[in-house]
Structure formats: structure tokens, C-alpha cells
Write a protein that binds this ligand. Structure first.
Ligand code: Q46
Ligand code: ZN
Length: 305
């Protein structure tokens, strides 16, 4: 780890990573051993490694896999479900599986086909759907905290994109912990937010975690991947760049840099009459409107809390 000026053997590396994650959990007061955690798993290295680490650290953590129905070509969803289920079975862990097509009638690509006449990639539909399902399952099953596997590279790329465009409302909401500060909203945490993607790949390899190596086909050519490449170049020349970028942002936030910004949506939030989740949209939430009216074009404008 050039940024830490540290090199470890395999044995010590497998101890070092969980120690770092435990420190992050404590530093940001994410949760305690008394919490019931739900880990969102995609079948990829970060989320499966996180689930493995939480169990090694003695936390009570079940998994949630959301089957998106992205199965043309490389059968991404089917393959990633296989890795998530194999991981859970071999370790005797409980995995909730939500199949979007079975539950809501259409796959993500089908839902996206009705969006803006199909001109857009499915990622906005996918993001809304995943946020909705994660929040719903966490609430319905009484978990106290939702845990996601976003690593430092993800967080730095999101921050970079939001900074390039000065999207203040997103900057305001980017944090290792998102509090359940609206009725119906669950607490969300990111215990890998200080871990490099490369470090998590090494952990998965050494811990012998089998995971899906393919990216979602819709991720190709995305702006966030481009931002990751830019940040990787900077990191190669100046080790620690990503960590410094992210931690300086968190420090600036703590120092009140963003406090003049007001969460203007917070005051207008109400419970969706159909699903009960908080929404700032008038009437039904954007998710309920999206899955309703099969065959009709969908227009996505609002940002849900
Ligand atoms: S899964 Fe969904 Fe990602 Fe695929 S469709 Fe886009 S958002 S790229 S994390
Ligand atoms: Zn709703």
C-alpha cells in the first residue's frame, strides 16, 4: 500500500484489512455489535468481501441481493446471483433475494425502455429501484442499518463528478453515514469508504472469495469510470491522492464548509401513499410511478431522498 508506505504478507494482510474496516466503523460511529445489519451484495468483490469482514469481526449481518434482470449477452444478473448465493451457502449466511421482474413485472432494461423513449441508459432507473428495494427490505425485516460496499475509489469518483459540476445537494449528502433523518428512511453506512478498490481486490483474492469479475454491461463508457481512470493516473503519480481528496472533503464538511447549503427537499418530504417510503415528489413516489402503467413512457425528473 504505497499511500501508507506499508507492505504486508498474505497472513498479516488478512488481519490488516478487517482492522482498518473496524476502525472506520468506530470512527464514524456506523453501528455496534448490537445492531442487526443488512448488507447489499451485488456478487462483486467489494460487497462480498465486506460481508466476509463483518462476519469475521463478529457482527450480525444478513445479505440482500437484487436481481435486476440484466441478462442479455454475459448474463450478468444470473451470474452475479450465483456468486452471491454460493458465498452465502458456503458460510451458512442468510441472503434475501429480490427479483425485480417477479416482484414488479419488468426487468431494469425493460423499465428503462419506457424511460425518455428508451434513449437513456438504465442506470437512473436502476439507481431508483435499488434505493427503493434496499430501504424497503431493511425496514420490513427490522434491520437497524443498511450497509453498502462502496469503496474509496467509488466515493472519490462520485465526489470528483459532483465537484466538477458543483452539484451542491449531492455534495451535501455524500458521507460515510447517511442518517435516517426522514420518516421511513433507513440508516445507511459505507464501512469500505477508506479502502482502495485495489486493496479490496487483493483481500478477495487472499480470502479466497469467488466473485463476479464482469462489470455490468451498462457501466461501460460511464462518466464515473472515466473519472476513476483520471483519479488512477493522479494516484499513480502521487500515491494517496484519492484518500486525501476524500478525507479533505469530509474534514471541510465537518468544518462547516457546506453548512450554508440548505436541504430544501427535507421540509417537503411526505410518505408515498402507495409504498409508504418518503418522497419529495407530489403524490406517488418516483419508483411507484415508474413501475405503474406498464407500457407507458416514464419521465424521471425528481431526485428522491
Ligand atoms: S448495475 Fe445498474 Fe450499475 Fe448496471 S444498470 Fe447502471 S446502475 S451500471 S452500479
Ligand atoms: Zn411509492
Amino acid at each position: 500500500m504505497r499511500q501508507h508506505k506499508l507492505a504486508l504478507c498474505a497472513l498479516h494482510y488478512l488481519e490488516w484489512v478487517p482492522e482498518q474496516v473496524e476502525r472506520t466503523i468506530h470512527r464514524y460511529r456506523m453501528f455496534t455489535q448490537q445492531d442487526r445489519l443488512l448488507v447489499a451484495v451485488s456478487g462483486g468483490k467489494d460487497s462480498l468481501s465486506l460481508w466476509d469482514i463483518l462476519n469475521r469481526l463478529g457482527y450480525t449481518a444478513d445479505g440482500l441481493y437484487i436481481s435486476l434482470g440484466i441478462d442479455e449477452g454475459i448474463q450478468y444478473s444470473q451470474n452475479s446471483l450465483f456468486f452471491a448465493q454460493s458465498f452465502a451457502e458456503t458460510r451458512h449466511l442468510h441472503l434475501h433475494v429480490v427479483d425485480i421482474k417477479k416482484q414488479y413485472g419488468e426487468t431494469i432494461p425493460e423499465l428503462a425502455g419506457r424511460t425518455h423513449r428508451g434513449h437513456y441508459k438504465p442506470c437512473s432507473v436502476c439507481g431508483i429501484t435499488k434505493r427503493h428495494v434496499m430501504n424497503r427490505v431493511t425496514r420490513e425485516h427490522g434491520y437497524s442499518v443498511l450497509v453498502t460496499g462502496h469503496n474509496l475509489d467509488d466515493e472519490a469518483a462520485i465526489l470528483f463528478g459532483n465537484t466538477m459540476n458543483w452539484i451542491s445537494k449531492y455534495l451535501l449528502h455524500q458521507a460515510p453515514v447517511l442518517e435516517a433523518n426522514k420518516p421511513g428512511l433507513v440508516r445507511k453506512t459505507k464501512p469500505l469508504c477508506r479502502m482502495y478498490e485495489r486493496e479490496m481486490a487483493a483481500y478477495a483474492l487472499l480470502a479466497q472469495i469467488d466473485y463476479i469479475q464482469d462489470e455490468c454491461p451498462f457501466a461501460q463508457g460511464s462518466t464515473s469510470i472515466y473519472h476513476k481512470e483520471v483519479l488512477n493516473k493522479m494516484e499513480t503519480d502521487r500515491p494517496g491522492t484519492k484518500l486525501n481528496f476524500y478525507l479533505s472533503f469530509l474534514q471541510a464538511k465537518q468544518n462547516g464548509l457546506f453548512s450554508p447549503l440548505v436541504d430544501d427537499k427535507a421540509a417537503q418530504v411526505h410518505a408515498c401513499p402507495q409504498c409508504g417510503q418518503p418522497t419529495s415528489a407530489p403524490g406517488l413516489c418516483v419508483f411507484c410511478r415508474m413501475v405503474a402503467g406498464s407500457g407507458n413512457p416514464i419521465s424521471l425528473h425528481e431526485d428522491e431522498p
